[in-house]
Design a binder for this molecule. Structure first.
Ligand code: MN
Length: 342
């Protein structure tokens, strides 16, 4: 079978490798049908992802059809359409024991630390597969994975109905967080530097928007929250000064969510956290949130249609990554497809 491997930064190759076999009773063989390209895949390709190791078959937004089931598999049958959980954990360390396997001490993410889904076939445990609703195409279904990341951040923030939420950044992550958050909370402010993205955020349920290039973030957040400040702030921008900004605009007893992967030091000040008794929390990957994302879709509360802007056959991955580097404004989600007889 063929696979897309990043041999080393900037070196992408389509390789030939042996098709995997179901060697454990509770595992299944999945024939890949669609795999999303995420910002983190682009980072591994360019060598800017600190977590990745090489050579690596990348791709963690993995959709396919079950082709072979192990003898102990009970919940899946041949032909089932599934999305695959990218997080694998040991089940025994402290985070795993308290139910937080997404930050397992021995965390292995498919497509980052171990091989992922840019290949024709993958073998995974049955428990890592989630059945897709019929309403979604395989290409659209890759968007379930980014949705789980958004659900994770809202869950870590303990977002509630009465919260006054500020989302900083209206890109791929911020706009997905908005779609998830509006099902939970009524008061959402979105801040960005691009008017077009802010207009879209308004259409998608933001109560207020702030262009931080032309408006004062602190003043506007105070105005839109009756003087208190946001009660929850989520950083979906990850810039050098974004954490300091959010510590400043979040009100007393609020929660500030950090999701960035930069290892560069950022300046903050202790008094902002101490004086307001803020909770500053990280949100990484997702903790078994696929079921929740699929339930939102089934209930008609989350519409993923129109999210995919381009598709490329997976053997043309180089072209797809080059196209992403062109920063063409039409780019939203790009999906690799697999020419499979169904
Ligand atoms: Mn992703």
């Amino acid at each position: 079978m063929k696979a897309v491997q990043i041999m080393a930064p900037e070196q992408l190759k389509v390789i030939e490798m042996e098709k995997p076999a179901v060697d454990k009773k509770d595992h299944v063989l999945v024939r890949m049908t669609a795999a999303g390209i995420c910002g983190s895949d682009v980072g591994i390709y360019h060598g800017s992802n600190a977590a990745a190791t090489y050579p690596r078959i990348i791709g963690h937004e993995m959709v396919g059809r079950v082709e072979v089931v192990g003898e102990a598999v009970t919940g899946l049958k041949v032909g089932d359409r599934v999305i695959i959980n990218q997080v694998t954990s040991c089940g025994e360390c402290y985070p795993c024991r308290i139910g937080r396997g997404n930050v397992c001490d021995h965390l292995a993410v498919r497509g980052v630390h171990i091989d992922g889904g840019y290949r024709e076939f993958i073998v995974v445990p049955e428990s890592d597969c989630y059945l897709l609703p019929d309403s979604l195409s395989d290409e659209e279904a890759v968007m379930i994975e980014p949705t789980t990341i958004a659900i994770q951040s809202c869950s870590r923030a303990e977002l509630g109905k009465d919260d006054m939420l500020l989302i900083l950044g209206a890109g791929a992550l911020g706009s997905t967080i908005l779609k998830v958050a509006r099902e939970i909370c009524d008061h959402i402010i979105v801040a960005d530097i691009v008017d077009g993205k802010l207009e879209e955020a308004k259409k998608n349920g933001a109560e207020h928007t702030i262009n931080v290039l032309t408006e004062d973030l602190e003043e506007k957040v105070r105005e839109y929250t009756g003087g208190h400040g946001s009660t929850v702030s989520i950083d979906a921008s990850g810039t050098r000064d974004s954490l300091l900004k959010l510590l400043t605009v979040t009100g007393n007893a609020g929660r500030v969510m950090v999701m960035g992967f930069s290892t560069a030091p950022a300046e903050i000040n202790q008094f902002l956290i101490t004086s307001k008794e803020l909770d500053v929390r990280g949100s990484r990957l997702q903790n078994k949130k696929f079921g929740e994302a699929i339930e939102l879709i089934k209930a008609g509360k989350l519409d993923l249609s129109g999210s995919v802007s381009h598709t490329f056959p997976f053997t043309k991955a180089q072209e797809a990554f080059d196209f992403i580097d062109s920063r063409d404004p039409s780019i939203r989600k790009i999906v690799l497809t697999f020419d499979n007889p169904v």
